[in-house]
Design a protein around this ligand. Structure first.
Ligand SMILES: Cc1ncc(COP(=O)(O)O)c(C=O)c1O
Length: 366
């Protein structure tokens, strides 16, 4: 049996008629860049994700860039960024000429903690980026306390954590702003690029809105140097259709994770840890194994698709060679990059496919 790492076509086929109907409506009305479909999606996403206000943008990277600009981060500033995340989290600093200071992560949640952040603070720290990695919210209370004591804003990168909560509070609502990605593979994914900024700080949100459209609120008057980071109407339509299913999709991901937890018995494997402050929404189900490459080869031979997310920590990336810190300085992030292996996790996986993944993992003799 073959089990794909990810098969988006299953969800897309199920929603084909509805999404194409939404495209037809947008097409016929010519609402291509921002417009009513985007406004409707912004309201629907705000309601679904428990946030005050949402600004739809072109993608999750643009969302982080806009927040960095809105907070006035720039050259000479430092921004604390987890060393184990997708590279775009670090662009938050780099796009505005600031320096990313990479910090280590917790070995059980893979997210930053107050301790790992504290070790990376400098007199020039202007912001902290917290990533709710793989769908698991970070332990926010100690982080918020630390940040408040230093007067440093927290940016929540929620690209992988739609509908995740921390002690009942939705991700994205605890820091000064939160950012989301709607890249097709995300828990809520469009059929192209998409992203959003959420915030209850009206000053930040107003700046994000201004910068999203060329720094302009009045036609051909540009109050700031801005960007073309508009969300597209066609994407907003598709996202509004998919949003209605997000709770079910999340339940589906959690059910797959539960089956993996119950079934996987392989010696020396570390499964993602559960925590008391909030259940993961399982953007990924990432395990650790000391012979990760051997296990991966075995799973490939069994027909099970896997991925390495992420095989390099950010301070090990060529583009940050001059930024550092040196190899060996962030041991947890480096170990995760060495040992992590992500299994298939998407809501449409069948019971037979899940069972095959479990049996294949358990039959590894390496
Ligand atoms: C943690 C994280 N931050 C930011 C991004 C950037 O989002 P996008 O691909 O929509 O630009 C992604 C997704 O790729 C991500 O996983």
């Amino acid at each position: 049996m073959k089990v794909p790492f990810l098969d988006l076509s299953r969800a897309h086929q199920a929603l084909r008629t509805e999404i194409l109907e939404s495209f037809a409506a947008t097409y016929d009305a010519g609402r291509f860049c921002l417009g009513d479909d985007v406004t409707a999606f912004e309201s629907a996403f705000a309601a679904a994700s428990g946030t005050d206000a949402v600004v739809g943008v072109g993608n999750g990277t643009a969302a982080l860039h806009l927040v960095a600009r809105a907070l006035g981060i720039g050259p000479g500033d430092d921004v604390v960024v987890p060393a184990f995340t997708f590279i775009a989290s670090a662009w938050t600093a780099s796009y505005v000429g600031a320096r990313p200071i990479f910090c280590d992560v917790d070995p059980t949640t893979f997210t930053v903690t107050a301790e790992t952040i504290a070790a990376a603070l400098t007199p020039k720290t202007k912001a902290v980026v917290v990533v709710h990695l793989f769908g698991q919210s970070a332990d926010m209370d100690p982080i918020l306390e630390l940040a408040a004591s230093r007067g440093i804003p927290v940016i929540e990168d929620c690209a992988q954590a739609h509908l995740a909560t921390y002690r009942g509070r939705p991700v994205g609502t605890m820091g000064v702003a939160g950012t989301f990605s709607f890249y097709p593979t995300k828990n809520l994914g469009g059929v192209g690029e998409g992203g959003a900024v959420v915030s209850s700080n009206s000053e930040v949100l107003d700046r994000v809105k201004l910068l999203r459209v060329h720094g302009s609120n009045v036609r051909y008057q540009h109050d700031d140097v801005g960007y073309n980071y508009r969300m597209e109407g066609l994407q907003a339509g598709a996202l509004t259709v998919k949003l209605k299913h997000l709770e079910n999709y999340t339940a589906g991901r959690r059910a797959v994770a539960q089956k993996y937890r119950e079934g996987i018995q392989l010696k020396d494997v570390t499964l993602p840890q559960t925590v008391e402050w909030g259940e993961s929404v399982y953007h990924q189900f990432t395990l650790l194994h000391p012979n990760r490459d051997g296990l991966r080869a075995h799973l490939t031979a069994c027909g099970v698709g896997t991925d390495l997310i992420y095989p390099r920590a950010l301070h090990q990336q060529p583009c940050y060679a001059a930024v550092g810190p040196a190899e060996g300085s962030l041991p947890v992030a480096e170990k995760l990059a060495r040992d992590c292996l992500s299994l298939p996790i998407f809501p449409e996986l069948t019971a037979a496919e899940i069972a095959h993944v479990v049996e294949s993992v358990n039959s590894f003799e390496g």
